[in-house]
Design a protein around this ligand. Structure first.
Ligand code: GLU
Length: 612
């Protein structure tokens, strides 16, 4: 969602900015733009649609070695060229790009209009350009940084913001509050981005801004200070290797590539953490003693979307294996309901990007109330990882497709590792711990074997799901979480209307919707609940609906009642989501292809949801 790139140096800024914006495309956006300082003029180019459209519109020889660029994910105002960023002040001498939402933009806009300012867009962002301009004009001796600082003092909401001034070529002022920004160190040049991925071709040395930091950037470096005054120095960090992994290779889409990367991403997540000889697991980032683990009274897993679904599995594993009462909560709901937080409870914040605004907000709410939150995050150094301070990286590697696949399985695997380590203290003997640990370690290879050939039945399932009215997904326990995730994938990638229910809940209402044109995908592993779920399948079939069953290989009962069967490997029930989600990922992918969708960049979606 929404990206910022900035450049100050000797080179022409536009190609560097366009390259950075291309690297942020995977985050999802609807329009793009850039502004560079060209002697006595700010040159502004904006386009609706992809960065390629912007690149085609930018003159190949556009001069200017200071500039800012943006990919917008519209929050306020339609997807139009006028609403695309950068936004200029009325004098056309100041350009602003902004990620986030200015919540009090309406009164600010009204005040500015009363003072005669004419707005050229419907965005919340434009108020910033005008406010900065007013403060800059009122006291030009104070300089650009003071003007940005004063403008931001009037603003409520979230921002990552970057500003250039025609009067100050060679300077970018940037600030962050709730929306990430990172500065990259070059040789006689300095970079700015909302995501280090945008910078990895140019530099590996970066500095992450913290909330309420404001930074002054020129070609020779940067100076960071706090919004409320006083300098601050932030450590230069070196980007890890995994950000270099790029491209689709021989795959037609990133999503398919990422589905097939799961054997490696799962192996990376588990490596060095599971210690089967001792029947346990170790997570370096947790720093919890057995005594601490024994004292945990409740675990709450916070997340949104796919990460929430992974959290449901994590909570079930923690309760089932470690006997710690546990639940998963949708972070955006949790943060605003004034939750009760106890000091001996534990919280996990799950997020692929580590920038999910709703989850970050929930983390802060828990911390304000004295709770302990550990991050379960993919992107190293991201806001949630840094705000939590403790936690586990899931190491799935860069996930470029907007619809998450390998991050989901790595999140689940990381929480299964945590559950094993807690369980060894609280509930499991060494032999049971060893068996669970060994089985976990065997998962990557077995996932790899399963993925070598597309499963029988997949294309029949695709046909049913793309030709019906809508699709039901059913499952119980952790398989309900998988059903939710399968339905989300099919909505995201194929735009097929779906709903997911706990299997037994279907008869309490949604069954009224069933008929011949509503295929039902049932996740039915061969566990203690299988026969109950088979009864649900019978109820579905009695209403004329066709059933696609994701079942355990060797189960001879489920195929007798399902129309389409997709077998997955046998496993411990708590581990089964790592297998049963695979056919649902492929189903969404193939359905998206069949319906000619934009698989890697589905409409309206963003990869990293940095607004509330
Ligand atoms: N709220 C701003 C807008 O709608 C910024 C959106 C974004 O973060 O891309 O223009």
């Amino acid at each position: 969602m929404c990206g910022i790139v900035g450049y100050v140096g000797e080179r022409r800024a536009a190609p560097v900015i366009l390259d950075g914006l291309r690297r942020l495309e995977y985050r999802g956006y609807d329009s793009a733009g850039l502004a560079v300082i060209d002697q006595d003029e700010l040159r502004l180019v904006r386009r609706v649609g992809f960065v390629a459209a912007l690149a085609a519109a930018v003159p190949a020889d556009l001069p200017g070695s200071t500039g800012i660029g943006h990919t917008r994910w519209a929050t306020h105002g339609g997807v139009t060229e006028d609403n695309a960023h950068p936004h200029l002040d009325s004098t056309n001498r100041i350009a602003v790009v902004h990620n986030g939402i200015i919540e009090n933009h309406m009164p600010l806009r009204a005040r500015l209009q009363d003072e005669g300012v004419v707005f050229r867009s419907e965005t919340d962002t434009e108020v910033l350009a005008h406010l900065i301009s007013i403060f800059y004009k009122a006291d030009s001796t104070a300089g650009p940084e003071a003007a940005v600082r004063q403008a931001l003092e009037l603003v409520q909401g979230t921002y990552g913001v970057a500003v250039i001034f025609l009067d100050h070529p060679g300077l970018i002022i940037a600030a962050r509050n709730g929306s990430p920004l990172v500065v990259g160190k070059g040789n006689g040049e300095t970079f700015l981005a909302s995501d280090p991925h945008a910078l990895s071709a140019h530099t590996r040395e970066v500095v992450y801004l913290e909330d309420r930091d404001i930074v002054r950037i020129d070609a020779s470096g940067w100076t960071i200070s706090r919004m409320d005054g006083g300098g601050v120095s932030r450590a230069v960090e070196v980007l890890g290797e995994e950000w270099q992994d790029e491209g689709r290779g021989d795959y037609s889409h990133h999503m398919l590539k990422e589905i097939h990367e799961q054997p490696e991403s799962l192996a990376r997540c588990l490596r060095g953490r599971v210690v089967p000889d001792q029947g346990t697991a170790r997570l370096g980032g947790f720093e919890l003693s057995p005594r601490d683990i024994a004292a945990i009274r409740h675990l709450t897993v916070l997340g949104c979307g796919t990460s929430f679904h992974a959290g449901l599995v994590g909570a079930a594993a923690m309760e089932g294996l470690a006997r710690i009462p546990a639940s998963a909560e949708i972070a955006s709901e949790y943060r605003y309901r004034n939750p009760v937080v106890a000091a001996d409870d534990l919280y996990f914040a799950v997020s692929q990007s580590g920038e999910t605004a709703d989850t970050l907000g929930a983390v802060r709410e828990v911390q304000v109330k004295g709770g302990r939150v550990f991050g379960v995050v993919n992107v190293v150094g991201s806001s949630i990882a840094r705000t939590c301070g403790r936690g586990v990286y899931v190491h799935s590697g860069p996930e470029i497709a907007v619809a998450s696949t390998k991050a989901f399985t790595s999140q689940v695997a990381a929480m299964l590792v945590a559950a094993l380590s807690f369980a060894r203290t609280r509930a499991l003997g060494p032999h049971e711990g060893k068996a669970f640990g060994e089985e976990l370690l065997s998962v990557p290879e077995r996932v790899g074997e399963w993925l070598t050939a597309e499963p029988p039945g997949l294309m029949d399932a695709v046909e049913l799901c793309t030709s019906g009215k809508f699709v039901f997904f059913l499952g119980r326990g952790v398989s309900h979480a998988v059903a939710l995730e399968g339905a989300l994938k099919l909505k995201e990638v194929a735009y097929v209307p779906c709903m997911a229910y706990p299997a037994a809940e279907m008869k309490h209402g949604p069954i009224a919707l069933l008929d011949k044109r509503t295929p039902v995908v049932v996740v039915v592993p061969d566990d203690v609940m299988r026969d109950k779920t088979l009864s649900t399948i019978q109820e579905v079939r009695a209403r004329g609906a066709q059933v696609i069953a994701i079942h355990t290989v060797g189960d001879d009962q489920t195929p007798k009642v399902a129309d389409v069967c997709i077998p997955v490997p046998r496993s411990n029930p708590l581990i089964s989501p790592l297998f049963s989600v695979l056919p649902l990922q492929l189903l969404a992918y193939r359905a998206g292809l069949a319906l000619a969708r934009d698989i890697d960049r589905p409409r309206n979606l963003a990869k990293s949801v940095t607004v509330e």
